[in-house]
Design a protein around this ligand. Structure first.
Ligand code: GDP
Ligand code: CO
Length: 435
């Protein structure tokens, strides 16, 4: 892959937001090619060779969350995921009256005969997984019935634990309702290229779609960005500029469902529920590492956290889920910014007005507070989690080496080095200052 280096970078304490990067060539060959003996060029373009991309993918888990999607779509998505990734499907599909999960499993078994890929599937409501959460000291994602809660975020959190237990270094997410296997393939290549180029161990990459095809007056129209995204990005950028004092448009991937990160980062951030999980990545990194409300993890503060945004080439086409879906997604994104302890009052006012003017809440109504927050996964006792799952069908995939793993005082030492987490941030902070 040949990719331009980020033109702009916005710094916020130890956090770096890189501007959107354009892909010039989807495939830029092997390390040694006839006319290019070296892999990386040091000017404005980076060439990432096959070998380097493959090396990252050998250490990457790709999570596919699924809830009652068409099997044909899932098949296409699986066909698009590069071979070396460990695929984890986390399903919350219906079990009655038709057992959709069983259909998914059957389809997977059938596919597995044709492609020799490392894939396993779990159901979000599997009592064994709930038991594992409980035993491992992470009951936070369980509901009143003692099972893992509904929601894409909850499925993603669960699969992050499974990716850790699979011994992977990176985790990427691909929605199961994507119509283009070619786009899926491209996203994973881009995740890998960005994570390969990242300087910090705490890095995240998010896809900014080049375009979204729509039919407008019986012609194809390629829209640049979704409607919800415009608003989320604007408010996130206002949040950044209210501290730096400079206007910015750096964030263009506030709602990016397509994203990947190092597990070191994934284990050290808090999560929020439902569809707010993606914008909350930005917010939580600012909260935890922005230096506004204390710096809990000196090691991460030293290395810094990096955000990359890559503009994909394939158009993005997924299932249309209707107006209500887009509305609630947008409202949840706004909610997660509004209720952050680092959201200044003037921005709260702006969010409130924005929600009213878009008809997402009624005049005179307060900004709702419906989200849940889940503490970082450093709280999970991985030994106990793994032990609870030892008789499951997918136990063979959980091959992380936990030989030197330590769990001390309710916190775990990460596999590559010891990093501890703090508890979730307090609700309110009196004085906010950028250090
Ligand atoms: P959008 O693409 O962001 O508008 O949202 P979608 O409704 O398409 O959801 C994104 C992905 O998450 C799709 O692949 C869904 O099938 C999946 N998904 C939605 N809800 C859940 C859930 O509760 N659990 C799991 N595991 N996946 C879900
Ligand atoms: Co979708």
């Amino acid at each position: 892959m040949r990719i331009e280096i980020p033109r702009e970078v916005e710094r916020f304490g130890p956090i770096k937001f890189h501007d959107v990067q354009k892909v010039w060539e989807l495939d830029a060959g092997l390390k040694h090619t006839k006319n290019e003996p070296k892999e990386k060029e040091r000017r404005v373009i980076t060439r990432v060779a096959y070998e380097s991309i493959q090396a990252v993918q050998e250490e990457m888990a790709i999570v596919v969350p699924i809830k009652d999607e068409k099997i044909k779509l899932l098949e296409g998505v699986l066909a698009g995921i590069p071979h070396h990734c460990q695929v984890i499907i986390v399903s919350n599909s219906k079990r009655t009256p038709v057992d959709r999960f069983k259909i998914e499993k059957d389809a997977l078994e059938h596919i597995a005969k044709f492609m020799k890929k490392e894939i396993f599937i779990v159901h979000q409501k599997d009592p064994k997984l709930a038991e594992a959460c409980k035993n491992a000291g992470y009951p936070h994602i369980l509901d009143d019935n003692g099972l893992v809660r509904n929601g894409k975020a909850e499925g993603m959190i669960l699969s992050t634990i499974l990716a850790y237990l699979s011994g992977k270094k990176y985790i990427g997410f691909i929605d199961s309702d994507n119509y283009f296997p070619g786009a899926v393939y491209e996203y994973v290549q881009e995740y890998s290229a960005a994570l390969y180029a990242a300087k910090s161990k705490y890095a995240m990459v998010r896809i900014a779609w080049h375009s979204k095809p729509k039919i407008v007056e019986s012609n194809l129209f390629f829209a640049k960005r979704g409607r919800a995204s415009e608003h989320t990005n604007k408010i996130l950028n206002s949040l950044v500029s209210s501290y730096t004092g400079y206007g910015t448009e750096i964030i263009k991937t506030g709602n990016a469902g397509e994203h990947a990160m190092s597990l070191d980062l994934a284990m050290n951030i808090d999560y929020s529920s439902g569809y707010s999980i993606e914008p909350y990545h930005y917010i939580n990194v600012l909260e935890r590492f922005g230096g506004i409300v204390g710096s809990p993890q000196p090691e991460i503060m030293k290395q810094g956290v990096e955000f990359y945004q890559i503009e994909s080439r394939n158009p993005h086409l997924h299932e249309v889920k209707g107006e209500e879906h887009v509305k609630s997604m947008s409202r949840e994104a706004m909610e997660s910014i509004y209720h952050s302890p680092i959201c200044p009052d003037h921005l709260k006012e702006e969010i409130h007005q924005d929600l009213i003017s878009r008809g997402l809440i009624a005049e005179g109504e307060e900004v709702p507070n419906t989200l849940r927050y889940y503490p970082a996964l450093t709280k999970v006792n991985m030994l106990k989690f793994k032990d609870t799952l030892k008789k499951t069908a997918y136990a063979e995939y959980l091959k992380a080496d936990l030989k030197d793993y330590k769990y001390i005082n309710g916190r775990n030492g990460l596999m590559r080095e010891k990093v501890v987490t703090t508890d979730h941030l307090p609700e309110k902070h009196e004085k906010l200052e950028v250090k």
